[in-house]
Design a protein around this ligand. Structure first.
Ligand code: FAD
Ligand code: SF4
Length: 327
């Protein structure tokens, strides 16, 4: 038996205060990641603050944003009329994640915060700098097929496992947070961290800060979009590589583009240089191939994930083809 206290406040302030003053307390939403980690003794919170009574489930239009409450369920967001109309890329990414059952339990805030799926992180018998700082990284010399090719450090080479995060970084989302020191907004691109020397810190959220909502600004990417996820099976499998591609087209010319990758880095990986290259170019395979080459600059693979150096650019090209309708 694992002993822990359980509270279920009905006001955000009470939830925030409880977690802010107790380092051993954690929020729990859908529980689909945290309960797993507790069962395996990877995480051992002494107090669980269940946030399901808080009024954070709404999906609404707010100041040219689609504002999605932190407790909105992944399945509900994917099927929401406003999201489908304004941000079909986000809907596609959410629908590519997990299974229908999980999507109906998992929340947007929890998805954003889910921990890495590195097998050594889950195995408490193995060294892991993320789980226990200073013990070493078992993946670097171990089985690293699922691991990063960008932004890794000699301390950790794990990837962020979320599909939703890839779409949100491409769409310039902002995370709305409330904490013991007040409210703040975090650009999505700054929400997750690279591992550096502190892989145990996976986001820039402070103790006690609660994700209230995410704002996704309105943009021209409502039609020519594609979230392409390459995985070992069609369901219940995390991305080997995924690509979120969005194009604003003027006939067959690209006015502007948004591009991000998943399964390749410790954070959702935005491809700014490739986006800049695409702007003003014709939408064709040659352009997409050049953009993919630019996107892959600086990639460094390990023993078992070298295939990502080929799979990555091919997935980018295919996602751009799917988004633009170029055969
Ligand atoms: C078999 C399986 C397959 C999966 N496949 C995929 C996949 O293909 N793609 C994918 O993207 N995901 C996948 N997932 C992960 C799943 O999407 C996440 O487990 C889920 O999104 C987490 O949401 P939750 O509400 O259950 O979070 P919880 O487990 O409740 O919480 C997770 C973390 O978030 C924190 N947290 C939750 N809400 C907040 C908040 N509002 N503010 C601050 N912190 C908060 C918690 O403290 C905890 O640390 C899979 C999961 C399983 C079990
Ligand atoms: S890659 Fe990161 S999570 Fe995996 S063993 Fe190394 S330190 Fe731990």
């Amino acid at each position: 038996m694992i002993g822990f206290q359980y509270v279920k406040p009905s006001k955000p302030k009470a939830a925030i205060e409880t977690v802010a003053k107790d380092q051993t307390a954690m929020f729990i939403a859908g529980g689909t990641n945290l309960v797993d980690l507790m069962k395996r003794r990877v995480m051992n919170p002494e107090k669980l603050v269940d946030i399901n009574k808080l009024p954070l489930r709404k999906i609404e239009r707010e100041n040219n944003n689609v504002r999605i409450g932190a407790l909105a369920l992944n399945g509900a967001v994917a099927e929401d009329k406003l999201v489908l109309e304004k941000h079909p890329l986000l809907s596609q990414a959410l629908n590519a994640g997990a299974s229908a059952q999980l999507r109906n339990m998992a929340t947007v805030g929890g998805n954003m915060m889910q921990r890495v799926r590195c097998p050594y992180f889950y195995d408490t018998a193995m060294p892991c700098n993320k789980r226990e700082p200073g013990t070493g990284c078992s993946a670097i010399g171990g089985y690293n097929r699922m691991h990063a090719i960008f932004g890794h450090s000699d301390k950790c080479i794990a990837v962020n496992p979320s599909d939703m995060n890839v779409a949100l970084v491409a769409l310039d989302a902002t995370v709305l947070v409330s904490g013991p020191k007040g409210d703040r907004k975090i650009p999505f691109v700054e929400f997750h961290r690279l591992p550096g020397d502190t892989p145990q810190i996976h986001t820039n959220l402070q103790q006690g800060e609660l994700i209230m909502a995410v704002d996704v600004p309105e943009n021209p990417y409502t039609k020519n979009v594609n979230y392409l996820k390459v995985r070992d099976r069609n369901s219940y499998a995390f991305a080997l590589v995924s690509v979120a591609a969005a194009l604003d087209l003027d006939g067959s010319n690209i006015k502007s583009a948004r591009l991000a990758m998943g399964g390749v880095a410790h954070k959702p990986w935005r491809l700014n240089e490739a986006e800049q290259f695409l702007a003003g170019k014709p939408a064709n395979e040659a352009t997409f191939r050049q953009a993919a080459e630019i996107a892959m600059r600086g990639a460094k693979a390990f023993e078992h994930n070298k295939f990502k150096l080929t799979l990555g650019p091919n997935t980018i090209v295919q996602a751009l083809k799917n988004a633009s309708g170029v055969a």
